[in-house]
Design a protein around this ligand. Sequence first.
Ligand code: NAD
Length: 473
Amino acid sequence: MALQISEAELERIVRSVLSELTGNGQVKAGSGGAVVNGQSRTVDEAVDAAAVAFEQLSACSLEDRKRFIEAIRATGMKNKELLAKMAHEETHLGRYEHKIAKNETACKLTPGVEILEPRAFTGDHGLTVHDWAPFGVVAAITPVTNPSSVILNNAICMMAAGNATVVNAHPSAKVCSMKTIELITQAVVAAGGPDNVMTGVLEPTIDTGTALMTHRKVDLVVATGGVAVVRAALRSGKRVVAAGPGNPPVVVDETADMPKAAKCVFEGASFDNNILCVGEKAVVCTEAAMRPFMVEMRKLAVYELSASELDALMKQIVLTDGTRPRMNGKFVGRNASVLLESIGVRGREDVYLLICQVPQDHQLLFLEQMMPVLPITTAPAVNAAIDLAVEIEQGFRHSAMMHSRDLAALSRMAKLIDATLFVKNGSSLAGLGVGGEGYTAFTIGTATGEGMTTARTFVRERRCALVDYFRIV
Ligand code: NAD
């Protein structure tokens, strides 16, 4: 049915939009009604305010977007300690200094509008250009493990793509998440942009998350979290980018640079107490690599659990009262010293990572533990080690690492594990661009296959064909 609209009505709408803009194309702050600085009591208000912001953002130029992105980066950097402190105090997960590093990485290494390179085809029939248009309002479901860094990363990507975003944060990280949103919106407004380019629900729950993902004004759902939220997002009926869980294994063979391999595994598995989804969760050494690898690991800030200590720890950290074993939330993301205290080993604040040698079928190899406790097992030779790593990864297609100088073995593992991030001879952090090349992402599209998300993930493709002219050679 054609939309019937009178000239007077059209003029009223245009005037109302123009009245939101100042003379120089900049947008007045506070134009989202009840929602200011992105803070909203209800999903509807949050979405409505973001929808208004999207319209206003659409009237801004690419240069404006670049300026707004610089403002987001700057406020993230200025407040990286504050946001890390708030996240650490609210969630009790990870380590303060590592949360600062994550905020810094999100601000510095998330690509902006430069990633949206147009594509062109020229030929006898003229010139065709592919360009990238925003989706509109994006629903972002964010995790407790990286609250401010995911939001900063998502905010830069969405702004570069020209979208407005509504966040449903993890309930256990709502305060630091809403503070991040407030700082982002204030920075964009101060740079002359619309208010509420990012909004969030002050009291997020699973229900508000579901209401947001299925809201009629939401055009795209971006879910970062575990299996349950991935499933919920896929049920939303919208286009979905699902950044789900993983269980990243590491293979170490006897050709590896052993001191480097141990250092990298330690760095990745101990970083933020191993709550990063990419972090090393299990190691498979070849029999020939096991002894030299353990020699190097023991030189680092680790505590090697005996078999009986591991048994005692498993009783603390794994809950078996449900249909399937799961990690005890009380210990997720806690320091290694807290895990040790639970089995009666006190005063080891110097320890950053617990290590333990386990048989190939040990439960801990197959659980995404999100704790600084790293199971290490052996396989007879490199092919068997790779095959076991594939089993440990369980088809999440998330991340995997390998330390080897055997090119054929490295290639075999890359092919078989088919992970979104595969790091060779480096720590998992290198896959995020820290100590490796390339940009960063804190939302890694695993279940739906987008990989390291950027603005390029959050746009619609548009083709414009000019026929028979404009080929200039
Ligand atoms: P989580 O799944 O408990 O929560 C993530 C978000 O989803 C939260 O906002 C939560 O409220 C929401 N949620 C959970 N179940 C839901 C449901 N049924 N309906 C609607 N919303 C729901 O995960 P977490 O503990 O916050 O984060 C850790 C998990 O996230 C790990 O499994 C980790 O591997 C994964 N993760 C993945 C990536 C990635 O980029 N692939 C990044 C970070 C974390």
